[in-house]
Design a protein around this ligand. Structure first.
Ligand code: C2O
Ligand code: CU
Length: 479
């Protein structure tokens, strides 16, 4: 396995040489600021998010990073935090020189509010999305979704976290930045002068695989913890890379939540695999005075693709000489078991090839699937080639089987994205929402962003039960 250091290309392109030795963990982990909101007359929490370029980012210390984009800042975005039951109104202003969108990955909302490829925001325009949050506590995120441009927009830095809290949920570490720490994991390449290297983002089988890891936009980070239990919210916001995250001492930690909500009970693990778009919430125990390195270990190259082969160090964690006590981790987390498959559930099959789904490229004017509101269906994803993953908008699903066997406990919770290793199959139990709109589609797609941009995406509409055969399967261009 190649051991890539955090320093990579920046220290001279010798990305396979030094491993940990080159890392000094000299930079304090950035914690994305919490987004402010105002309250509208109707009680909605109003958040303002501005997509911008040309800010003065310094991703590599001492170098001004050209080419970085951000949301309300030079790189990445603020963390939006709201409660289950809140009505939110998101005002998204595009100050880029090009059209973009902002998609609420993991949110259950009407298709017009989804921020997918059809909800384009022209330069200078503001788009308003509003909905009432009605789903369990989770770590979701937002990022552009412009057709054929998602990889570049996300790679340049347009992404942020959207946390949902559930006032009725179990007591968990939740003091943001103290014992509740977001970790946005991204790989990047930099030129010697610190400019973001975008070559490769839009080419090759997998697009760009960076040799430098940033956590929350921090290069070579360390973080100090002050409590015995710390919750980390992992988001893989990389274009393509898959990580297998754990600790250098192989300690056990507990997974408490998957993409879209809590597990039933903590799932002890020593590694978690996370592919682009996925989130995993974990709780880690610390003892006073210790230091431990969070890392990612690659899969064996005989069975894996190059998107999951490399080793990385991610973050040095330093525990204070005295740690505050934490409440014990609850035995149950509020999640529910995987529901029984309803008799007669519709089964849909999706075959993933190199860059197509069911032998089709994305077409913005074509509706690929029509689903009735509130349906519970089986979606079978059959990957006939190299690694992909599969994300479905609006829904929450459960993984019933991967390659014929149930998923590990830490992946048994509510999901919206599933990793499909080389030639794998997945069986998903998918619950659709009730937001009917025969003219505005939701997306399903591979979340390896190069693949998504190349057209590995399809569209579905949710319609009134009984009207499935009456909806148009062609949308006017530019709809
Ligand atoms: Cu995270 Cu369709 O996207
Ligand atoms: Cu793919």
């Amino acid at each position: 396995l190649a051991v890539l250091s955090g320093a990579g290309a920046f220290l001279g392109g010798c990305s396979h040489a030094g491993g940990n030795d080159e890392l000094g963990f000299t930079n304090r982990l950035r914690i994305p600021p919490l987004a402010d909101h105002s309250t509208d007359p109707d009680g909605a929490k109003r958040f303002a998010l501005t997509l911008q370029s040309g800010g003065r980012a310094e991703l590599i210390p001492g170098k001004v990073t050209e080419g970085a984009w951000g949301i309300n800042g030079a790189y990445l975005g603020p963390t939006v935090r709201a409660h289950r039951g809140d009505k939110v109104r998101m005002a998204v202003t595009n100050r880029l020189a090009e059209t973009s969108t902002l998609h609420w990955h993991g949110m259950r909302l009407p298709a017009r509010m989804d921020g997918g490829p059809h909800q384009m925001i022209d330069p200078g325009a503001t788009w308003i999305a509003e909905w009432t949050i009605d789903q369990p506590a989770m770590t979701s995120w937002f990022h552009p979704h412009l057709h054929e441009e998602t990889a570049m927009h996300v790679y340049r830095g347009l992404a942020g976290l959207f946390l949902i809290d559930d006032p009725d949920g179990p007591p968990l570490p939740s003091e943001y930045g103290v014992d509740d720490i977001p970790l946005i994991v991204q790989d990047k390449n930099f030129d010697r002068d610190g400019t973001i290297d975008t070559s490769g983002v839009e080419s090759g089988t997998f697009g760009l695989l960076g040799d430098t890891i940033l956590i929350n936009g921090t290069y070579d980070p360390f973080h100090e913890v002050t409590t015995r239990l710390v919750r980390f919210r992992l988001l893989n916001a990389s274009n393509t890379r898959v990580y297998r995250i754990g600790f250098a001492d192989n300690r056990t930690f507990d997974v408490i939540g998957t993409d879209a909500g809590p597990l039933e009970r903590p799932a002890p693990v020593d590694r978690v695999k996370i592919s682009p778009g996925e989130r995993i919430e974990v709780v880690v125990r610390f003892t006073a005075g210790e230091t431990v390195v969070m890392n990612s270990l690659g899969e064996d190259s005989r069975s894996a693709n190059d998107i999951e082969e490399d080793d990385f160090t991610l973050l040095k964690i330093v525990a204070g000489s005295r740690l505050d006590d934490s409440d014990p981790l609850p035995a149950t987390l509020g999640g529910t078991p995987v529901p029984a498959v309803p008799a007669g559930a519709t089964v849909r099959r999706f075959e993933l090839s190199g860059s197509e789904i069911n032998n089709k490229d994305m077409d913005m004017t074509r509706i690929d699937e029509v689903v009735s509101a509130g349906a519970v269906e089986i979606w079978e994803i059959d990957n006939t080639t190299y690694a992909h993953n599969f994300h479905i908008h609006e829904v929450v699903f459960r993984i019933l089987e991967i390659n014929g066997t149930p998923p590990p406990a830490y992946q048994a919770g509510p999901k919206d994205t599933v990793f499909l290793p080389k030639e794998a199959t997945a069986r998903l139990l998918v619950r659709f929402g009730a937001f009917v709109d025969p003219l505005t589609p939701y997306m399903y797609h591979c979340h390896l962003l190069r693949h998504e941009d190349k057209g590995m995406m399809g569209q579905f509409v949710v319609v009134e039960p009984g009207t499935e055969n009456r909806v148009p399967l062609t949308l006017a261009p530019g709809h």
